[in-house]
Design a protein around this ligand. Sequence first.
Ligand code: PBG
Length: 345
Amino acid sequence: MSHDHSHAGHDHSDDAGFPEPDLVSRPRRNRRSASLRALVRETVLTPADFILPLFVMEGSRKREAIRSMPGVFRLTRDLAVAEARRAHKLGIPAVALFPVIPGKLKDKHASESKNRDGLLQRTIRDLKGAVPDLTVITDVAMDPYSSDGHDGLVGKDGAILNDATLPILAEMALAQAAAGADIVAPSDMMDGRVGYLRSALDGFGHADVGILAYTAKYASAFYGPFREALDSAPKKGDKKTYQMDPANRREALREAQLDADEGADIVMVKPAGAYLDIISDLAAQSPVPVAAYQVSGEYAMIHAAGKLGWLDADKALMEATLAIKRAGADMILSYGAVKLVEALD
Ligand code: PBG
């Protein structure tokens, strides 16, 4: 490609009134060829940037499509292990597990979450047995196990009980750690849970298990498809009394400060795409690495537009993911992780 500033083909003497541009700075010079663009590129995605979320269900050799997330499935344990193995071979360092708990096992106290032989715990053991080097991250929150569909314990008046939830989360994290989880990830947004989990883990011989805190988790409409996948939507009310107000930016720094002080090893921003300013703030100030969760609705919305033929979903997802890294994320949870990594050059 050649520059057209020479006005080739035009007769200069006729261009009265249009002064010849005399630009000193021509940023386009650095964009002239693929090799030049590669040379000046500031942000590059690599397989090691990704964490693959997996939805796991009981049974064997079955996968169930999730209507609002084309290409994402609920997998039985054997298939989840196969998918994790594939991701690991591609250089993806970690998976984040989300169990599909049948309604009959859900109750007010999320009792199934502390079952040492539950679906999630067996899946962790299978994964660590099959791919020991893969980092296994597990979610700590009541919602997939709760008959109320809330992340915390629901009191008589419908309020979410902060301090009464903490021991339930601790039991849950201990069951996950005992099964071999490398990192537990509290996504519940109760106050004080990071410190509480840290001392529970330390007290029961799991000082090496890390904590990835969902630090700035917003009360977002972008979680819809996830709640459909796990049938975990709140039965009553919403999550606004514990998840953050999407209007707030400064508050994320307060949460990050607390989580780091309480012993979080990684802090997370969620959702990612609409919260790049928050990722950028935390990346600038956090003493620990920053993760970002490109959530179900971000994935769904791009694929929906792709299905309509309104944009190229694969390219749009890649661009959205690159932007998350550019904003400062050290790692990205993405449902498209495998496909994205396969498309990296
Ligand atoms: C549960 C949890 C949620 C997500 C991750 N952990 C849903 C929620 O808070 O309602 C959402 C992830 C996604 O939408 O992809 N505490």
